[in-house]
Design a protein. Structure first.
Length: 65
């Protein structure tokens, strides 16, 4: 089965860690990158090309809205 490639971006480290833990527990999901701000998320998305990005709507450098 093909894994769903996911990028997580949130400025709150606790939220990032919880999201990663939940998503890592799924056998068909691969968290391929984790970012702490919008600029890092953009760089990681360009490098890793995730299928899905889970974004905080308010964070340094921009948000998911």
């Amino acid at each position: 089965m093909t894994e769903l490639r996911v990028l997580i971006s949130d400025d709150d480290v606790m939220i990032r860690d919880v999201l990663r833990e939940v998503l890592d527990s799924e056998s068909d999901i691969a968290v391929i990158a984790v970012a702490g701000d919008a600029d890092e998320a953009i760089r990681l998305a360009e490098r890793h090309r995730p299928a899905v990005a889970v974004l905080d709507v308010r964070m340094p450098g921009g948000g998911g809205a």
